[in-house]
Design a protein around this ligand. Structure first.
Ligand SMILES: [Zn+2]
Ligand SMILES: [Zn+2]
Length: 378
């Protein structure tokens, strides 16, 4: 495909139903704003009367027809019960043919069969929705300006190609066009950032508070031929240079570099639906897919303080302790004469009971490393 194809700033499919050709996000936004009337992306509720007047004019009908239309199309006339009867809205009629009713019935049956109350993940998701949908900020300066662009971003844990179709995003975030890539980085929670390195079998109480994120701050995003490095701290290094140098010697198209803290989403040229890369902690790689770019709507959360807005988080199976099978693992050991496997995972309690006497003295030979489970963020 010719490079000139990408000069358009209206997203077109490159692979049907998979991803678009690259387009510039700010130019796309400008294109939208040029074509829309400000009232179409304004946060003000459109006036009912205004709508009617326009409708009558555009459809060339008279006032009487309009009133009749209004009466016929009113939601009051949408009912499956006699006029004078008060319906039970929880009762789905026998053998419904409407798709909405069929689905409602299925949901009710499913609920009845489960009997259990919502688990804490569902409760958390409900609560998140309650506090964010159509939320207006308390202070005016926290209002996201009208005509701002909103991106939906999926972040995935690494997966092999064959499995990728079945992999669900680890998290889904909403971010505005003026957010920087550094803000995206800070919103991605990955267990590699909080691991503690070191062997602590001789002094399990001495595990330091510093986690890998405090030691190894370098990271990069890769979008459309550009590596965006995190250079916010003095100990950050350009970890993309190895790949760039390697690519130079192997006839790849040239790559360039940028800083993630200086790059806003509106500055990017991207393909929607295309997998890009986030790499941190040396070799912890995640796929990042922008699944939607659109203008902000009045029904969105309009409070800047709530962004980046987490709208989905996947539940991850937790690795349990090999002894009690109840608690999440906190330690893993190797060369461990007490362990049923090598390496082996233990919760804190079982680990200490099995490996130390009542005075806290180490028993036998083993190496012990602090372990943070992927599911610890659930
Ligand atoms: Zn990671
Ligand atoms: Zn245990």
């Amino acid at each position: 495909m010719a490079a000139s194809d990408s000069n358009t700033n209206i997203p077109e499919y490159e692979c049907i139903d998979v991803n678009t050709k690259p387009f510039h996000i700010e130019a796309f936004r400008t294109e939208w704003l040029r074509r829309l009337h400000p009232s179409q992306y304004s946060y003000e509720q459109p006036e009912e009367d205004g709508f009617e007047v326009t409708f009558v004019k555009e459809m060339a009908i008279d006032e009487d027809t309009m009133s009749e239309l209004k009466a016929v199309c009113s939601i009051d006339s949408l009912r499956c019960h006699p006029k004078d009867e008060q319906p039970d809205t929880d009762l789905v009629p026998e053998d419904p043919v409407l798709r909405t009713l069929i689905q409602r019935k299925q949901k009710q049956d499913h609920k009845a069969s489960q009997k259990s109350v919502k688990n804490r993940h569902d409760l958390y998701a409900d609560e998140l929705e309650r506090v964010t949908v159509e939320r207006k900020p308390e202070a005016v300066e926290n209002l996201i300006p009208e005509g701002e662009v909103l991106l939906t971003i999926n972040v995935y844990y690494p997966a092999v190609f064959d499995k990728f179709n079945y992999t669900r995003p680890h998290m889904t975030l909403l971010m505005t066009g003026s957010h920087t890539l550094a803000e995206l980085r800070d919103a991605i929670c990955c267990v590699s950032d909080v691991q503690v390195c070191g062997e602590f079998s001789n002094n399990p109480d001495m595990v330091p508070d510093l986690v890998s994120k405090d030691h190894y701050k370098s990271a990069f995003f890769y979008f459309e031929g550009v590596f965006y490095n995190d250079m916010r701290f003095s100990d950050c290094r350009d970890i993309s240079i190895t790949t760039i140098e390697w690519a130079k010697t192997r006839n790849f198209p040239p790559f360039s570099q940028g800083k993630m803290e200086d790059t806003r989403f509106v500055d990017l040229k991207v393909k929607v639906g295309f997998p890009y890369l986030y790499c941190h902690q040396g070799d912890c790689e995640h796929l990042v897919i922008i699944t939607d770019v659109r203008l902000m709507h009045r029904s969105d959360c309009l409070d800047k303080k709530n962004y980046p807005l987490l709208i989905h988080k996947d539940r991850i199976d937790t690795q349990k302790c090999a002894v009690c099978h109840v608690y999440i693992a906190r330690w893993y050991t190797t060369n461990d004469q007490f362990a049923p496997s090598d390496p082996c995972l233990f919760c804190d309690k079982c680990f200490r009971m099995l490996h130390y006497d009542t005075e806290g003295n180490k028993l036998g030979h083993f190496l012990a490393y602090p372990y943070i489970d992927k599911g610890a963020f659930n």
